[in-house]
Design a binder for this molecule. Structure first.
Ligand SMILES: Cc1ncc(COP(=O)(O)O)c(C=O)c1O
Length: 434
């Protein structure tokens, strides 16, 4: 068989689109500043999703750029076997902001998926058990085992060996309750029934329950009052490790440093990534209780884990987020956006719910018949981009939630502009729908 190789790109051409394994968007991003991204033609986009929900300090935050410049000349990387000043500073700051009792830091991960895998390994190692309980609409990462542990059948379908030992259970999604209950009558069945899943649907050897305190990609699902506290209790009763995936919710996204704090519940292990990189540096890791340290010899040599430059940026990011007024601004702009979007929901037919905490907000989209519509959601995101507004969707859950998760440095005037433009978008698209 002859294999015809695609011709190599002409020297000097920058049209390499056909050589990408996946089809990239036509937009060519050139530079960013704060909450704005600019393309090669100088067109400005207001980014409602902070890159990939990770630019907590926006594009090219001046203090992050200065930290990179300053540190890059000294040491970019060294084996994570050694201590470094930026690494130690980061550990000190992480323990300083961690929910009480999480005083061990594991930095040998370079992505959120990797951190979640480490957390599960840690729980298995600690308990001597294997299984993991996770949520229907959870998104825990891209590696094959994290696809297995995440919700959504379509993601797992091509990878038949990926989900061994995972028991998926219904989310605390009151808007579309799996048990057809309302909050005042439900008795938190979404936690209680986990006992049945463990007893009848698992191997009986459950090591961990892993949840996002607010489900991000799955639809910005905010757990009802008492859910996480009862989940904590269930884990304690059954000696199961409780893992919070705070990869989206961590570092100020909810208006608190961690969502654990917002809900007043402390897990045994907390995974983090995304926002810690400030303006986009790749860094991830875990905070754990002291007693969970048995993994030390088993998750050790991730090449980029604890990268020195990224650690310096991460320490600076924590310092900035911790400054007086910073989280207050997240809470205030978040409340303002929620109010505006809820008002909009009352005036257009395609929004059925607006929910969120801090600057982690989701707009749930339905078609004319009131059904969740991934197609309309995708259309809204496409029209938004053409109008210079970047909004992300995800196919997890029903795929019908537009995410409003801007950089946490968002100022009131920018929040007003964002709401005005989202409003114009929805009013226009809503009018088109027959
Ligand atoms: C909640 C959550 N967990 C884990 C991940 C995986 O992180 P990463 O893409 O850095 O591997 C993501 C990424 O979107 C996420 O949103």
């Amino acid at each position: 068989m002859t294999i015809l190789a695609a011709a190599a790109p002409e020297p000097g051409t920058d049209d390499v689109t056909g050589h990408y394994y996946y089809p990239p968007d036509d937009m060519r991003a050139a530079r960013g500043e704060g909450v704005y991204l600019y393309d090669e033609d100088g067109r400005r986009y207001l980014d409602c999703s902070a890159g990939t929900f990770n630019l907590s300090l926006g594009y090219s935050h001046p203090e992050i750029v200065a930290t990179i410049r300053e540190r890059a000349g000294e040491l970019v990387h060294v084996t994570s076997k050694f201590q470094t000043a930026p690494g130690n500073e980061l550990v000190r700051r992480l323990v300083g902001i961690a929910p009480e009792g999480l005083n061990r830091v594991h930095l040998k991960s370079s992505s959120g998926s990797d951190a979640n895998e480490a957390a599960i390994k840690m729980a298995q190692h600690h308990t001597g058990r294997t299984d993991v309980v996770s949520l229907f609409r959870g998104h825990l990462g891209q590696t094959i085992s994290m696809i297995g542990a995440s919700g959504a059948a379509f993601r797992r379908a091509p990878f038949s060996f990926a989900s061994t030992g995972v028991v998926h259970v219904p989310d605390p999604y009151c808007g579309r309750c799996f048990y057809r209950q309302s909050r005042d009558t439900c008795g938190l069945l979404c936690v209680e029934r986990i006992n049945d899943f463990i007893d009848f649907a698992s191997s009986g050897k459950v090591a961990a329950v892993i949840v996002e305190p607010i489900s991000g990609n799955g639809g910005n699902i905010v757990a009802p009052e008492g859910y996480l506290a009862r989940l904590r209790q269930l884990c304690d009763e059954r000696d199961i490790v409780l893992i919070f995936d705070e990869i989206q919710t961590g570092f100020g996204r909810t208006g608190r440093m961690f969502a654990a704090e917002h809900f007043g519940v402390t897990p045994d292990v907390l995974t983090f990534g995304k926002g810690l990189g400030g303006s986009g540096l790749p860094i991830a890791g875990l905070l754990t209780r002291e007693r969970m340290t048995g993994l030390a010899g088993h998750h050790i040599n991730s090449t980029f884990g604890g990268n020195v430059l990224a650690s310096a940026v991460a320490a600076k990011t924590i310092e900035i987020i911790g400054r007086p007024g910073f989280l207050e601004n997240v809470r205030e702009t978040g409340a303002y956006i929620m109010e505006r979007l809820r008002d909009l929901a009352g005036r257009v037919r395609c929004i059925t719910d607006v929910r969120g905490v801090g600057l982690m907000i989701g707009i749930e989209v339905v078609d004319r018949a009131g059904r969740p519509s991934a197609e309309l959601t995708g259309h809204l995101a496409d029209v938004a981009q053409r109008r210079g507004l970047l909004m992300r969707t995800s196919l997890y859950g029903f795929g019908n939630v537009l995410k409003v998760r801007p950089a946490l440095i968002l100022q009131r005037a920018e929040a007003e502009e964002m709401c005005d433009r989202i409003e114009e978008l929805f009013v226009t698209v809503d009018r088109e729908q027959v």
